[in-house]
Design a protein. Sequence first.
Length: 295
Amino acid sequence: MQFTYTNMKRFLIGRPFPTRDEIHERLDKVRGLAIFASDPISSNAYATEAIMSGLASALENDVRPIDELGIPDSRALCGCQDDAVRAGLQFVLADVMRPPYQPGTFDLVITPWLLDVIEGGAAPVLARINHLLTDGGTWINHGSVAFQSPDPALRLTLEELGCLAAEMGFQTTSGREASLPYMNCPDSRHGRIETVSTSRALKVETLEKPEKHRALPDWIVTGKCPVPALPSFQTQAMTTRIHAFIMSLIDGQRSLKDMAWEMEAQQLMTRQEGEEALRGFLTKMYDEAGRSSAL
């Protein structure tokens, strides 16, 4: 693998940060916790009540929970139950892409604030919902439709989501959108207006059983297959070796210019290029060391 100055600089400092993505720049842990911690806390506290209140008018039939899960290793969260929960209702912690239920287990499936955050797009989720519902069962979706996938084909509009639902065996019977205040806090002065969609669909067609979801390849899960020499692995290996070489030059004696001379002697890059790359790399390391000490 041939390394040019541009490649070497990218190894040491990282990829250039596009100006258009500046608003999405990651924060360090201290600032991130201070700014974003209230978001999931408020969602856990208020989202369920708000969602069920909004969906109550859409439900005309009695929703009866299934007592038997059909899978012996399911885990019921009995500690979540209280006097307000009806007899026979169970709370189960499970993976939506690997639900521990038999086909046709439910007459109702609700997906609150889910479809636009699932990796891989909405289609695999809808296929599993179709598989879980009985014939004529109801699927209710509630939440944002702000798909943020790196793949443009997976960033669905509301109309495209409706077309996808039809392809997945659903007939949409009702839907609405509303602009709601979200995280409006007078103390932090943070808040925004969220466009929320609520739709109800019936299962009118049964699809074939979806393929088993594989979050990780077999060479990781089973440990029996050779680990492939992926290009990203090779790049990371070279990056690690270069970083290790640079760190080995830090002995409390050499200056940045001395280290640049060493890199030129190893034919990694010229002295001038080495100084620029080292300055960026050491600045990054210095900043990260400061963040770690702040924690």
